[in-house]
Write a protein that binds this ligand. Sequence first.
Ligand SMILES: NC(=O)c1ccc[n+]([C@@H]2O[C@H](COP(=O)([O-])OP(=O)(O)OC[C@H]3O[C@@H](n4cnc5c(N)ncnc54)[C@H](O)[C@@H]3O)[C@@H](O)[C@H]2O)c1
Length: 254
Amino acid sequence: MADNTMFDLTGRAAVVTGAAGGIGSAVAAALAAAGAVVLVTDVDESAAAKAADQISQSGGKADSMVLDVSDHDSADAAMSRAAALGDGAVHIVVNNAGVTAPAMFADTTNDSMRRMLDIHLMGAFNCAQAALPYMPTDGAGRIINVTSSAGITGTLGQVNYSAAKAGIIGLTKSLARELARKSILVNAIAPLAATPMTETIRTDERFAPTMLNRIPLRRWAEPSEIAGAFVFLASDAASFITGQVLPVDGGMVM
Ligand SMILES: NC(=O)c1ccc[n+]([C@@H]2O[C@H](COP(=O)([O-])OP(=O)(O)OC[C@H]3O[C@@H](n4cnc5c(N)ncnc54)[C@H](O)[C@@H]3O)[C@@H](O)[C@H]2O)c1
């Protein structure tokens, strides 16, 4: 029989990036519900504060802070703050912040290519590196990156985003090998959910039916349905899993 304490995150400090809304705020709420103290971070300071307030009102422990993941100094400051919440340790880092800038390859500018790499790939790099000095080496340390089916299979009109998300998979696997000696586990999740990021593809009749046909479960998930996989990977239940990419996407990638 499953032992529920396997999923208990009491005493662990977590940082979630891009947690003002969408998948990030659902993950922050789920980690807090499992007992973690959560630093809710985002470029949108007031929305991050609101998300943290909602967690507190539901009985969880949370604080918020502005964090632009593309800025290493900003990541350093957030990890220092999270460590203060976690009695000196940052146990869980969720690298979730992201944006898209769809364009066909011929129209993809240098700036949009660099922006995708800066926010997604450099963002995960900055936050993981900033957190490392604070991460415990007793097996509780977790880095959970957010990639995408776009990084696994590629997507038409998203060379910039797909390249950045594929880079995150390489970062995840190499970091998992390197940090295994510190018993820090590094995994990635490739989600699919109804969020502001996917609004056009869910509602525009040029894309919506085709996209739905690609999902065997024939529906979009709410962000809260994605969050459980993050709690699992953050918990003792996942103590022997590292370097993996877990699609949570209704069977789209298999
Ligand atoms: N929704 C999906 O179906 C889906 C599919 C595949 C991958 N993803 C990935 O999941 C993650 C969350 O996406 P979402 O759908 O919740 O999107 P969302 O747009 O709802 O949320 C993204 C959040 O990231 C924040 N953000 C943007 N730039 C930032 C920066 N530089 N620093 C810090 N925060 C920043 C935004 O303010 C926003 O709150 C992203 O990495 C996205 O690429 C989502």
